[in-house]
Design a protein around this ligand. Structure first.
Ligand code: SAM
Length: 296
């Protein structure tokens, strides 16, 4: 990798700048340089970002851009970018647009041919995933689950067979009901990691099967305090799952071979455990009162 030093701030450019999710030292040198040198900072909460800027002695001008007023403020920001101003987009914590305002602005900039420069940086979902010890090669980010129970259950149901690792954001006061609903849909055995207060003094990362995590949290209120990311293991087939193709092979081989042999051959062909197939064949014969023409 070649070292590369950021060029000067470009005119008519929107910079998407992540901010720390707790520990102020997690801001990057490049983020500080951009925040210091842009013409304007569009911030989710100008007071909140004001503290961050003050901490780093940055004096750039602030402009409020919140979820509820984003559409309304777009025109003014696009006009400024059009006149040649450079703007940094920041949210209260982490990466803008990730459950934070900014999507409409970025979209309109790209449609208008305005350059959008993303800076890498803190994001609670990725920070939690990096320490969860669950598969991280394929994952899906789900953000917050719906607040209403029926919608939440529907959403979880749609994810029941999702094989990628699942990432959710959750609030302290909904954690228990969310875990109960996850148990209903995913079962007690599915592994989950609770990542709390990342990068802060009370950071804690605890993993367990869903059926064990819930009582562990119920035991102590402190265990559900603060900001929370949930990382849930993706769906995997039960070890003794037999595909319809494998069962078809087994049924054909049973006409020609004793159960043991038929199970062993099917296991070889489909790469599954022969004991499971053997048990299945026995059970199948018992249920349907079939008598093998072979002795076992
Ligand atoms: N844009 C942010 C990001 O990049 O992660 C997310 C903003 S979203 C409005 C806030 C949620 O992110 C919190 O309710 C929590 O679920 C999660 N979160 C933010 N900071 C966190 C932290 N330090 N530890 C754990 N979760 C955090």
């Amino acid at each position: 990798m070649k070292p590369y030093q950021q060029e000067n701030i470009s005119a008519s450019t929107l910079y998407v700048v992540p901010s720390p999710i707790g520990n102020l030292e997690d801001i990057t040198l490049r983020a500080l340089s951009v925040l210091r040198n842009v013409d304007l900072i569009a911030a989710e909460d100008t007071r909140h970002t004001g503290f961050l800027l003050q901490h780093f002695a940055i004096k750039s001008r602030l402009f409020s851009l919140r979820d509820y007023n984003e559409q309304e403020k777009l025109g003014a920001l696009l006009k400024r970018l059009g006149y040649g101003e450079s703007i940094a987009l920041v949210s209260d914590a982490g990466t803008p647009l990730i459950n934070d305002p900014g999507y409409h602005l970025v979209r309109r900039c790209r449609e208008a041919g305005i350059v959008v420069v993303p800076l890498p940086g803190a994001c609670a979902a990725i920070t939690a995933l990096s320490a969860a010890g669950l598969p991280s090669n394929r994952f899906c980010y789900e953000g917050f689950l719906p607040v209403k129970r029926k919608a939440r259950l529907d959403c979880l149901e749609s994810l029941e067979k999702e094989s990628r690792t699942l990432i959710f954001y959750e609030s302290t006061h909904r954690l228990l009901v969310t875990l109960e609903d996850m148990i209903t849909i995913f079962g007690r055995l599915r592994h989950i990691v609770l990542a709390r207060e990342l990068t802060k003094i009370w950071e804690s990362i605890y993993g367990a099967p869903l059926g064990e995590l819930l009582p562990w949290i119920q035991k102590d209120k402190m265990r559900r305090r603060g900001e929370i990311v949930l990382i849930v293991e993706g769906y995997s087939m039960p070890a003794d799952f037999m595909s319809p193709k494998a069962l078809h092979t087994l049924s054909l081989l049973l006409f020609e071979f004793p159960i043991k042999k038929a199970a062993a051959l099917t296991a070889k062909i489909h790469g599954i455990k022969k004991n499971a197939l053997y048990r299945y064949a026995l059970e199948h014969q018992r249920k349907h009162n079939l008598v093998s023409k072979f002795t076992l």
